[in-house]
Design a protein around this ligand. Structure first.
Ligand code: APR
Length: 229
């Protein structure tokens, strides 16, 4: 069975990492345009680095929860027939043992050069005047996809969605495209679709089935039911 799973901030909420649009979420504290757009970075790179340095530190002190662990367990059975496409920039899927994880919005633990596009493992803290290890220009940035930028792996993601038997969306509000449109892509190609989220997302009605509750509870329950066959 070919499975594509999309995850969002909700799967990492119980690991202590903030979501974006829940009460008290990140976008209430930091204006998106200041910390998650190329224009914001150009205007105040120090503020943007401060924002991602704080999220990187928060990520280091967090741990995968039972939902991440359950998906790693499922991959142990399904192997290469399973793919996780995550909107998250944390590395909790990898730390839980998942191997096939595509970060469509980039990753906190990666850095890149805004001039030569070289990318490398990010240090714990980044600063505007850090030189690029390759071209030496002081133009380093988090390797995170900002609003207005093209997400990674899109062609390959659509290819996997079109070949999936099952598409499962976990912990995402369905606010942001192109991820919010994946359910339609998968359904149009004949996949069954399931949403696992704390509450019905904006796109809940597009799914064949929608189960609500905390990810650390409903994801392991779903994985166990799948593995029982
Ligand atoms: N268990 C399951 N779902 C949860 C939990 C939980 N414990 N806590 C919150 N949720 C759900 C919320 O109900 C919400 O639907 O997770 C979702 C989080 O939604 P957002 O905060 O919008 O996060 P996400 O959907 O990942 O945002 C997508 O937007 O800002 C950009 O690039 C950013 O990748 C992000 C993208």
């Amino acid at each position: 069975m070919k499975l594509v799973i999309l995850t969002g901030a909700g799967i990492s909420a119980e690991s202590g990492l903030g979501t974006f649009r829940d009460a008290g979420g990140l976008w209430e504290k930091y204006p998106i345009e200041q910390v998650a757009t190329p224009e914001g970075f150009a205007a105040d790179p120090a503020l943007v680095h401060e924002f991602y340095n704080a999220r990187r530190a928060n990520c280091l002190t967090s741990a995968p929860n039972a939902a991440h662990d359950a998906l790693a367990r499922l991959e142990g059975t399904l192997g290469n027939d399973m793919l996780i496409v995550t909107q998250n920039v944390d590395d909790l899927h990898e730390r839980a043992g998942s191997r096939s994880v595509w970060h469509m919005h980039g990753a906190l633990n990666r850095a890149k050069c805004a001039v030569c596009d070289h990318s490398w493992n990010a240090p714990a803290k980044m600063h505007p005047d850090d030189p690029c290890p390759d071209c030496n220009t002081a133009a380093t940035r988090p390797d995170v996809v900002w609003f207005g930028e093209m997400p990674y792996f899109m062609e390959d993601i659509y290819d996997r969605l079109h070949r999936a038997d099952l598409f499962v969306s976990i912990g995402t509000s369905g606010n942001v495209y192109p991820a919010a449109g994946f359910v339609q892509e998968a359904a149009a190609a004949g996949a069954r679709t399931l949403e696992l989220n704390l509450e019905p997302s904006l796109g809940a009605s597009s799914f064949d089935e929608s189960r609500n509750g905390p990810a650390s509870q409903i994801v392991p329950e779903w994985v166990d039911s799948l593995l029982r066959g």
